[in-house]
Design a protein around this ligand. Structure first.
Ligand code: DOR
Length: 435
Protein backbone atom coordinates (compact mmCIF):
# COMPACT_ATOMS: atom_id res chain seq x y z
CA UNK A 1 0.00 0.00 0.00
CA UNK A 2 1.29 3.46 -0.81
CA UNK A 3 0.42 6.21 1.60
CA UNK A 4 1.04 9.95 1.33
CA UNK A 5 0.43 12.62 3.95
CA UNK A 6 0.02 16.17 2.64
CA UNK A 7 0.59 18.14 5.79
CA UNK A 8 -0.39 21.58 6.99
CA UNK A 9 -1.63 23.09 3.74
CA UNK A 10 -4.38 25.68 3.45
CA UNK A 11 -7.05 23.56 1.78
CA UNK A 12 -9.50 25.45 -0.40
CA UNK A 13 -12.21 23.27 -1.88
CA UNK A 14 -15.37 25.00 -3.07
CA UNK A 15 -16.96 21.56 -3.58
CA UNK A 16 -16.83 20.62 0.13
CA UNK A 17 -16.72 24.19 1.44
CA UNK A 18 -13.39 23.53 3.14
CA UNK A 19 -11.25 26.63 3.65
CA UNK A 20 -8.60 26.23 6.33
CA UNK A 21 -5.63 24.20 7.51
CA UNK A 22 -6.06 20.48 6.89
CA UNK A 23 -3.94 17.38 6.45
CA UNK A 24 -4.81 15.10 3.57
CA UNK A 25 -4.10 11.40 3.68
CA UNK A 26 -3.84 9.64 0.33
CA UNK A 27 -3.85 5.87 0.14
CA UNK A 28 -3.39 3.89 -3.04
CA UNK A 29 -4.22 6.90 -5.18
CA UNK A 30 -7.42 7.75 -3.32
CA UNK A 31 -8.18 10.41 -0.74
CA UNK A 32 -8.55 8.59 2.55
CA UNK A 33 -8.96 11.43 5.04
CA UNK A 34 -9.06 15.21 5.20
CA UNK A 35 -8.59 16.20 8.81
CA UNK A 36 -7.51 19.02 11.09
CA UNK A 37 -3.71 18.96 11.56
CA UNK A 38 -2.67 16.79 14.50
CA UNK A 39 0.71 18.33 15.18
CA UNK A 40 3.89 16.26 15.08
CA UNK A 41 3.32 12.66 14.08
CA UNK A 42 4.79 10.01 16.31
CA UNK A 43 7.25 7.67 14.73
CA UNK A 44 5.92 4.20 14.11
CA UNK A 45 9.37 2.85 14.98
CA UNK A 46 9.32 -0.16 17.20
CA UNK A 47 5.57 -0.46 17.11
CA UNK A 48 5.56 -2.94 14.27
CA UNK A 49 2.89 -0.79 12.60
CA UNK A 50 2.44 -0.01 8.90
CA UNK A 51 5.27 2.02 7.28
CA UNK A 52 5.31 5.81 7.62
CA UNK A 53 3.55 7.62 4.79
CA UNK A 54 5.51 9.71 2.33
CA UNK A 55 5.33 13.26 3.70
CA UNK A 56 4.59 16.32 1.59
CA UNK A 57 5.01 19.51 3.59
CA UNK A 58 2.35 21.92 2.36
CA UNK A 59 2.74 24.57 5.05
CA UNK A 60 2.42 28.05 3.60
CA UNK A 61 0.88 26.52 0.48
CA UNK A 62 -2.64 26.26 -0.87
CA UNK A 63 -4.04 22.83 -1.65
CA UNK A 64 -6.92 22.73 -4.13
CA UNK A 65 -8.88 20.11 -6.04
CA UNK A 66 -6.97 19.31 -9.24
CA UNK A 67 -7.36 22.18 -11.67
CA UNK A 68 -9.38 21.52 -14.81
CA UNK A 69 -8.77 23.33 -18.09
CA UNK A 70 -11.81 22.79 -20.28
CA UNK A 71 -10.38 24.46 -23.40
CA UNK A 72 -7.07 23.15 -24.75
CA UNK A 73 -5.71 22.38 -28.23
CA UNK A 74 -3.41 19.36 -28.21
CA UNK A 75 -2.73 19.23 -31.99
CA UNK A 76 -2.47 15.45 -32.15
CA UNK A 77 -3.29 13.82 -34.48
CA UNK A 78 -1.99 15.84 -37.39
CA UNK A 79 0.13 18.70 -36.07
CA UNK A 80 2.51 16.91 -33.73
CA UNK A 81 5.26 19.40 -34.54
CA UNK A 82 3.26 22.01 -32.53
CA UNK A 83 2.18 19.80 -29.63
CA UNK A 84 1.53 16.15 -28.93
CA UNK A 85 -0.85 14.67 -26.41
CA UNK A 86 2.22 13.82 -24.34
CA UNK A 87 3.82 17.29 -24.38
CA UNK A 88 0.46 19.00 -23.87
CA UNK A 89 -0.16 16.80 -20.83
CA UNK A 90 3.29 17.63 -19.44
CA UNK A 91 2.59 21.34 -19.94
CA UNK A 92 -0.75 20.89 -18.16
CA UNK A 93 0.89 19.17 -15.19
CA UNK A 94 3.54 21.92 -15.07
CA UNK A 95 0.76 24.52 -14.95
CA UNK A 96 -1.11 22.76 -12.13
CA UNK A 97 -3.84 21.05 -14.18
CA UNK A 98 -4.93 17.48 -13.49
CA UNK A 99 -7.59 17.32 -16.22
CA UNK A 100 -7.71 18.95 -19.64
CA UNK A 101 -10.35 18.91 -22.38
CA UNK A 102 -8.94 18.91 -25.88
CA UNK A 103 -10.68 20.53 -28.82
CA UNK A 104 -11.45 18.56 -31.98
CA UNK A 105 -9.68 20.76 -34.57
CA UNK A 106 -7.02 18.15 -35.20
CA UNK A 107 -6.20 16.48 -38.51
CA UNK A 108 -8.16 14.29 -38.92
CA UNK A 109 -10.85 16.12 -37.00
CA UNK A 110 -12.15 14.43 -33.87
CA UNK A 111 -15.62 13.79 -35.27
CA UNK A 112 -15.55 10.00 -34.82
CA UNK A 113 -14.73 7.17 -32.51
CA UNK A 114 -11.33 6.27 -33.92
CA UNK A 115 -9.87 9.74 -33.36
CA UNK A 116 -11.30 9.89 -29.83
CA UNK A 117 -9.90 6.40 -29.16
CA UNK A 118 -6.52 7.49 -30.52
CA UNK A 119 -6.34 10.58 -28.28
CA UNK A 120 -7.39 8.59 -25.22
CA UNK A 121 -4.83 5.90 -26.01
CA UNK A 122 -2.06 8.50 -26.36
CA UNK A 123 -3.16 10.12 -23.09
CA UNK A 124 -3.03 6.74 -21.36
CA UNK A 125 0.48 6.19 -22.71
CA UNK A 126 1.56 9.64 -21.51
CA UNK A 127 0.34 8.68 -18.05
CA UNK A 128 0.30 12.16 -16.58
CA UNK A 129 -2.92 14.20 -16.53
CA UNK A 130 -6.44 13.13 -17.45
CA UNK A 131 -7.54 13.98 -20.97
CA UNK A 132 -11.22 14.42 -21.79
CA UNK A 133 -11.73 14.95 -25.52
CA UNK A 134 -14.32 17.30 -26.99
CA UNK A 135 -15.94 15.98 -30.18
CA UNK A 136 -16.90 18.01 -33.24
CA UNK A 137 -20.40 19.40 -33.73
CA UNK A 138 -20.18 19.16 -37.51
CA UNK A 139 -18.46 16.51 -39.61
CA UNK A 140 -14.96 17.71 -40.49
CA UNK A 141 -15.80 21.04 -38.77
CA UNK A 142 -17.30 22.01 -42.12
CA UNK A 143 -20.54 23.35 -40.64
CA UNK A 144 -22.65 21.31 -43.05
CA UNK A 145 -23.84 18.12 -41.37
CA UNK A 146 -23.84 16.96 -37.76
CA UNK A 147 -21.26 14.48 -36.50
CA UNK A 148 -22.52 11.25 -34.95
CA UNK A 149 -23.01 12.41 -31.35
CA UNK A 150 -23.97 8.92 -30.13
CA UNK A 151 -20.76 7.42 -31.48
CA UNK A 152 -18.69 10.25 -29.96
CA UNK A 153 -20.40 9.94 -26.59
CA UNK A 154 -19.83 6.18 -26.52
CA UNK A 155 -16.16 6.77 -27.37
CA UNK A 156 -15.78 9.11 -24.39
CA UNK A 157 -16.12 12.74 -25.46
CA UNK A 158 -17.39 15.06 -22.71
CA UNK A 159 -18.72 17.89 -24.90
CA UNK A 160 -19.15 19.03 -28.50
CA UNK A 161 -17.64 22.04 -30.25
CA UNK A 162 -16.47 23.26 -33.64
CA UNK A 163 -14.00 25.53 -31.81
CA UNK A 164 -11.80 27.43 -34.19
CA UNK A 165 -14.81 27.61 -36.49
CA UNK A 166 -18.26 29.00 -35.83
CA UNK A 167 -21.34 26.98 -36.79
CA UNK A 168 -22.55 29.63 -39.23
CA UNK A 169 -25.74 27.82 -40.17
CA UNK A 170 -28.31 28.64 -37.46
CA UNK A 171 -30.48 25.67 -38.39
CA UNK A 172 -27.54 23.30 -37.94
CA UNK A 173 -26.76 24.87 -34.56
CA UNK A 174 -30.40 24.46 -33.56
CA UNK A 175 -30.27 20.78 -34.51
CA UNK A 176 -26.98 20.37 -32.64
CA UNK A 177 -28.52 21.79 -29.47
CA UNK A 178 -31.59 19.54 -29.81
CA UNK A 179 -29.65 16.40 -30.67
CA UNK A 180 -26.91 16.86 -28.03
CA UNK A 181 -29.50 17.01 -25.27
CA UNK A 182 -30.44 13.39 -25.89
CA UNK A 183 -26.84 12.38 -25.22
CA UNK A 184 -26.30 14.67 -22.25
CA UNK A 185 -23.48 16.39 -24.11
CA UNK A 186 -22.78 20.07 -23.66
CA UNK A 187 -22.44 22.24 -26.77
CA UNK A 188 -19.53 24.69 -26.55
CA UNK A 189 -20.00 27.60 -28.94
CA UNK A 190 -17.17 29.40 -30.73
CA UNK A 191 -19.10 32.62 -31.28
CA UNK A 192 -17.89 34.34 -34.41
CA UNK A 193 -19.85 35.73 -37.34
CA UNK A 194 -17.50 35.06 -40.24
CA UNK A 195 -19.26 37.59 -42.45
CA UNK A 196 -18.33 40.27 -39.92
CA UNK A 197 -14.87 39.06 -38.94
CA UNK A 198 -14.06 38.49 -42.63
CA UNK A 199 -10.38 39.25 -43.29
CA UNK A 200 -9.84 41.08 -39.97
CA UNK A 201 -6.68 40.21 -38.07
CA UNK A 202 -6.99 42.27 -34.86
CA UNK A 203 -9.53 44.28 -32.92
CA UNK A 204 -11.23 46.99 -34.97
CA UNK A 205 -10.40 50.52 -33.82
CA UNK A 206 -7.76 53.21 -33.78
CA UNK A 207 -4.91 50.79 -33.02
CA UNK A 208 -5.77 48.71 -36.09
CA UNK A 209 -6.01 51.88 -38.18
CA UNK A 210 -2.61 53.06 -36.94
CA UNK A 211 -1.06 49.67 -37.71
CA UNK A 212 -2.78 49.53 -41.09
CA UNK A 213 -4.39 46.19 -40.26
CA UNK A 214 -7.96 45.12 -41.06
CA UNK A 215 -10.07 45.02 -37.91
CA UNK A 216 -12.58 42.66 -36.30
CA UNK A 217 -15.49 44.47 -34.62
CA UNK A 218 -16.90 43.38 -31.26
CA UNK A 219 -20.07 42.58 -33.17
CA UNK A 220 -18.15 39.76 -34.87
CA UNK A 221 -18.59 38.01 -31.51
CA UNK A 222 -21.70 39.58 -29.96
CA UNK A 223 -23.96 38.93 -32.94
CA UNK A 224 -23.23 35.22 -32.64
CA UNK A 225 -23.56 35.20 -28.85
CA UNK A 226 -27.01 36.77 -29.30
CA UNK A 227 -27.96 34.18 -31.93
CA UNK A 228 -26.82 31.27 -29.80
CA UNK A 229 -28.64 32.59 -26.74
CA UNK A 230 -31.76 32.71 -28.90
CA UNK A 231 -31.19 29.09 -29.94
CA UNK A 232 -30.56 28.08 -26.35
CA UNK A 233 -33.90 29.63 -25.43
CA UNK A 234 -35.62 27.89 -28.34
CA UNK A 235 -34.22 24.45 -27.52
CA UNK A 236 -33.81 24.77 -23.74
CA UNK A 237 -30.55 22.92 -24.20
CA UNK A 238 -27.40 23.77 -22.18
CA UNK A 239 -24.97 26.01 -24.00
CA UNK A 240 -21.46 27.06 -23.03
CA UNK A 241 -19.94 30.14 -24.65
CA UNK A 242 -16.20 29.77 -25.23
CA UNK A 243 -13.47 32.44 -24.94
CA UNK A 244 -15.62 35.51 -24.21
CA UNK A 245 -13.68 38.66 -25.09
CA UNK A 246 -16.16 41.51 -25.61
CA UNK A 247 -18.15 43.73 -23.26
CA UNK A 248 -21.31 43.25 -25.31
CA UNK A 249 -21.10 39.46 -24.98
CA UNK A 250 -20.87 39.79 -21.22
CA UNK A 251 -24.03 41.90 -21.15
CA UNK A 252 -25.93 39.39 -23.30
CA UNK A 253 -24.81 36.43 -21.16
CA UNK A 254 -25.63 38.24 -17.93
CA UNK A 255 -29.10 39.00 -19.20
CA UNK A 256 -29.64 35.42 -20.47
CA UNK A 257 -28.60 34.02 -17.09
CA UNK A 258 -30.93 36.43 -15.30
CA UNK A 259 -33.76 35.04 -17.46
CA UNK A 260 -32.87 31.54 -16.26
CA UNK A 261 -31.45 30.14 -19.49
CA UNK A 262 -29.04 27.19 -19.17
CA UNK A 263 -26.04 29.26 -20.27
CA UNK A 264 -22.50 29.11 -18.95
CA UNK A 265 -19.45 30.99 -20.17
CA UNK A 266 -15.69 31.02 -20.05
CA UNK A 267 -12.93 33.49 -20.72
CA UNK A 268 -9.16 33.08 -21.01
CA UNK A 269 -6.43 34.91 -19.04
CA UNK A 270 -5.32 36.93 -22.07
CA UNK A 271 -8.76 38.59 -22.21
CA UNK A 272 -8.33 40.08 -18.73
CA UNK A 273 -4.53 40.50 -18.74
CA UNK A 274 -3.92 42.19 -22.10
CA UNK A 275 -5.52 44.72 -24.40
CA UNK A 276 -5.16 45.21 -28.15
CA UNK A 277 -2.08 47.33 -27.31
CA UNK A 278 -0.17 44.03 -27.03
CA UNK A 279 -0.08 43.77 -30.83
CA UNK A 280 1.22 47.33 -31.20
CA UNK A 281 4.62 46.22 -32.50
CA UNK A 282 3.00 43.60 -34.75
CA UNK A 283 3.58 40.97 -32.07
CA UNK A 284 2.12 37.86 -33.64
CA UNK A 285 2.22 36.04 -30.29
CA UNK A 286 -0.65 38.34 -29.30
CA UNK A 287 -2.67 37.46 -32.41
CA UNK A 288 -5.62 35.38 -31.30
CA UNK A 289 -9.24 34.64 -32.16
CA UNK A 290 -11.27 36.36 -30.83
CA UNK A 291 -8.82 39.25 -30.79
CA UNK A 292 -7.52 41.12 -27.74
CA UNK A 293 -9.87 44.06 -27.17
CA UNK A 294 -9.86 47.44 -25.43
CA UNK A 295 -9.50 48.32 -21.74
CA UNK A 296 -13.28 48.76 -21.60
CA UNK A 297 -13.70 45.14 -22.64
CA UNK A 298 -11.07 43.79 -20.22
CA UNK A 299 -12.74 45.74 -17.40
CA UNK A 300 -16.07 44.16 -18.35
CA UNK A 301 -14.52 40.68 -18.42
CA UNK A 302 -13.02 41.16 -14.95
CA UNK A 303 -16.36 42.34 -13.61
CA UNK A 304 -18.10 39.36 -15.22
CA UNK A 305 -15.63 36.99 -13.55
CA UNK A 306 -16.29 38.65 -10.21
CA UNK A 307 -20.10 38.69 -10.45
CA UNK A 308 -20.38 35.11 -11.74
CA UNK A 309 -21.48 35.91 -15.30
CA UNK A 310 -18.30 34.13 -16.41
CA UNK A 311 -18.18 30.72 -14.75
CA UNK A 312 -14.86 29.38 -15.96
CA UNK A 313 -11.31 30.50 -16.69
CA UNK A 314 -9.81 28.26 -19.39
CA UNK A 315 -6.49 28.73 -21.15
CA UNK A 316 -7.49 28.19 -24.80
CA UNK A 317 -3.95 26.79 -25.07
CA UNK A 318 -3.31 27.05 -28.82
CA UNK A 319 0.24 25.98 -29.75
CA UNK A 320 1.82 27.25 -32.97
CA UNK A 321 5.48 27.23 -33.98
CA UNK A 322 7.68 29.92 -35.48
CA UNK A 323 6.69 28.60 -38.93
CA UNK A 324 3.20 29.97 -38.31
CA UNK A 325 4.12 32.91 -36.08
CA UNK A 326 7.37 34.46 -37.39
CA UNK A 327 5.64 35.79 -40.49
CA UNK A 328 3.77 38.95 -41.52
CA UNK A 329 1.05 39.77 -39.00
CA UNK A 330 -1.83 39.15 -41.38
CA UNK A 331 -0.37 35.76 -42.35
CA UNK A 332 0.26 34.58 -38.78
CA UNK A 333 -1.82 31.86 -37.13
CA UNK A 334 -4.24 32.78 -34.35
CA UNK A 335 -3.68 31.58 -30.83
CA UNK A 336 -1.33 31.52 -27.89
CA UNK A 337 -0.25 28.91 -25.40
CA UNK A 338 -1.62 29.14 -21.89
CA UNK A 339 -1.36 25.92 -19.91
CA UNK A 340 1.80 27.05 -18.12
CA UNK A 341 0.75 30.65 -17.45
CA UNK A 342 -3.01 30.42 -16.88
CA UNK A 343 -3.00 29.86 -13.11
CA UNK A 344 -0.38 32.50 -12.34
CA UNK A 345 -2.09 35.12 -14.51
CA UNK A 346 -5.43 34.29 -12.90
CA UNK A 347 -3.93 34.60 -9.42
CA UNK A 348 -3.36 38.27 -10.30
CA UNK A 349 -7.14 38.73 -10.01
CA UNK A 350 -6.88 37.61 -6.39
CA UNK A 351 -3.77 39.72 -5.80
CA UNK A 352 -5.65 42.77 -7.07
CA UNK A 353 -8.62 41.99 -4.81
CA UNK A 354 -11.09 41.42 -7.67
CA UNK A 355 -12.03 37.92 -6.50
CA UNK A 356 -11.11 35.71 -3.58
CA UNK A 357 -9.17 32.48 -3.82
CA UNK A 358 -12.26 30.35 -3.35
CA UNK A 359 -13.88 31.94 -6.38
CA UNK A 360 -10.75 31.47 -8.45
CA UNK A 361 -10.43 27.81 -7.49
CA UNK A 362 -14.11 27.28 -8.35
CA UNK A 363 -13.65 28.78 -11.80
CA UNK A 364 -10.60 26.62 -12.47
CA UNK A 365 -11.79 23.28 -11.07
CA UNK A 366 -15.26 22.79 -9.65
CA UNK A 367 -17.22 24.89 -12.15
CA UNK A 368 -15.76 23.21 -15.26
CA UNK A 369 -16.40 19.83 -13.61
CA UNK A 370 -20.04 20.71 -12.94
CA UNK A 371 -20.58 22.15 -16.39
CA UNK A 372 -19.12 19.03 -18.02
CA UNK A 373 -20.71 16.57 -15.58
CA UNK A 374 -17.31 15.27 -14.51
CA UNK A 375 -17.66 13.20 -11.37
CA UNK A 376 -15.42 12.43 -8.36
CA UNK A 377 -14.07 15.96 -8.25
CA UNK A 378 -13.14 17.62 -4.96
CA UNK A 379 -11.07 16.66 -1.97
CA UNK A 380 -13.49 14.12 -0.51
CA UNK A 381 -12.65 10.71 0.96
CA UNK A 382 -13.11 8.09 -1.72
CA UNK A 383 -12.30 10.42 -4.62
CA UNK A 384 -9.13 9.94 -6.68
CA UNK A 385 -6.32 12.07 -5.27
CA UNK A 386 -6.30 14.73 -7.98
CA UNK A 387 -4.98 17.91 -6.43
CA UNK A 388 -2.84 20.96 -6.98
CA UNK A 389 -0.48 22.60 -4.50
CA UNK A 390 0.09 26.30 -5.08
CA UNK A 391 2.74 28.54 -3.58
CA UNK A 392 0.90 31.88 -3.46
CA UNK A 393 4.03 33.84 -2.57
CA UNK A 394 6.43 32.44 -5.13
CA UNK A 395 7.78 35.23 -7.31
CA UNK A 396 9.06 34.21 -10.71
CA UNK A 397 9.59 35.41 -14.26
CA UNK A 398 7.82 33.65 -17.09
CA UNK A 399 10.50 32.01 -19.20
CA UNK A 400 9.38 30.11 -22.29
CA UNK A 401 12.58 28.08 -22.16
CA UNK A 402 11.29 26.33 -19.04
CA UNK A 403 8.00 25.34 -20.72
CA UNK A 404 7.10 21.69 -21.25
CA UNK A 405 4.92 22.64 -24.21
CA UNK A 406 6.50 22.12 -27.64
CA UNK A 407 5.50 25.62 -28.67
CA UNK A 408 6.67 29.01 -27.49
CA UNK A 409 3.93 31.35 -28.70
CA UNK A 410 3.15 33.43 -25.64
CA UNK A 411 3.01 37.21 -25.29
CA UNK A 412 3.72 36.79 -21.55
CA UNK A 413 7.39 35.81 -21.79
CA UNK A 414 9.41 37.90 -19.33
CA UNK A 415 6.42 38.86 -17.17
CA UNK A 416 7.11 38.95 -13.44
CA UNK A 417 4.35 37.21 -11.51
CA UNK A 418 3.59 35.98 -8.02
CA UNK A 419 2.00 32.60 -7.27
CA UNK A 420 2.35 29.32 -9.11
CA UNK A 421 1.66 25.61 -8.95
CA UNK A 422 4.46 23.73 -7.21
CA UNK A 423 2.99 20.22 -7.20
CA UNK A 424 0.39 18.45 -9.32
CA UNK A 425 -1.00 15.08 -8.30
CA UNK A 426 -3.21 12.84 -10.41
CA UNK A 427 -4.69 9.73 -8.82
CA UNK A 428 -2.07 9.89 -6.07
CA UNK A 429 0.82 10.13 -8.54
CA UNK A 430 2.99 13.26 -8.52
CA UNK A 431 3.09 14.35 -12.16
CA UNK A 432 4.86 17.65 -11.49
CA UNK A 433 6.89 18.95 -8.58
CA UNK A 434 8.85 22.18 -8.49
CA UNK A 435 12.56 21.58 -7.85
O1 DOR B 1 -6.85 31.86 -31.64
C1 DOR B 1 -7.38 30.77 -31.72
N1 DOR B 1 -6.66 29.66 -31.97
N2 DOR B 1 -8.71 30.69 -31.59
C2 DOR B 1 -9.36 29.55 -31.84
O2 DOR B 1 -10.57 29.55 -31.68
C3 DOR B 1 -8.65 28.35 -32.31
C4 DOR B 1 -7.25 28.38 -31.89
C5 DOR B 1 -6.37 27.37 -32.59
O3 DOR B 1 -6.79 26.22 -32.75
O4 DOR B 1 -5.24 27.71 -32.93
Amino acid sequence: MTSILIKGGHVIDPETGMDGLFDIVVENGTIKKVEKPKGKRKSAKGKGKSPQPELIDASGRIVTPGLIDMHVHLREPGHEYKETVETGCLAAAHGGFTTICCMPNTDPVNDNQSVTDYILKKAGMAGTVRVRPVGAISRGLCGEGLADFGELKAAGVVALSDDGNPVMNAQLMRRALEYSKGFDLLVIAHCEDRDLTADGVMNEGTTATRLGLPGIPNAGETVMVARDIGLCELTDSPLHIAHVSAEGSVQLIRDAKARGLPITAETAPHYFSLTEGAVMDYNTNAKVHPPLRTAKDTDAIRLAIADGTIDVIASDHAPHTSIEKDVEFDQAANGLIGLETSLSLSLQLVEKGLIDLNTLVAKMSINPARILNLTHVGLKPGNPADLTIIDPEKKFTIDVNTFRSKSRNTPFNGWNLKGKAVLTMVGGKIVFQED
